[in-house]
Write a protein that binds this ligand. Sequence first.
Ligand SMILES: [Zn+2]
Length: 111
Amino acid sequence: MNCAEFRTRLHPYVDGELPVSETAAADAHGVECRACAELARSEREFRRVLRRQPRDVAPPELRARIVGRVRRQARWRSVPTSSWSADARKGIATSFRETSRHGRWCGAPAS
Ligand SMILES: [Zn+2]
């Protein structure tokens, strides 16, 4: 294996996804070539650092709000609009109008 072949296979190599024969060839090249060995070492270190990064988790309050909103929307979708009361339809129309006017939802309009 030469440097170009090694570098083409670098990512699957460091991820352990190369066939055994290619892994052996890449290992052998890394023994002979300091530059490619350093490249592989650096790539492994980068992956190790990424794995150690904390995962972003939504605060419980935000998570509960999102789950609640998704559930409400799912419930809305399962109810035919023809069964909505006149007040519900009027409220939705008002909300839509207010949202369109302000570019976003700004709370209930003043009555
Ligand atoms: Zn090399």
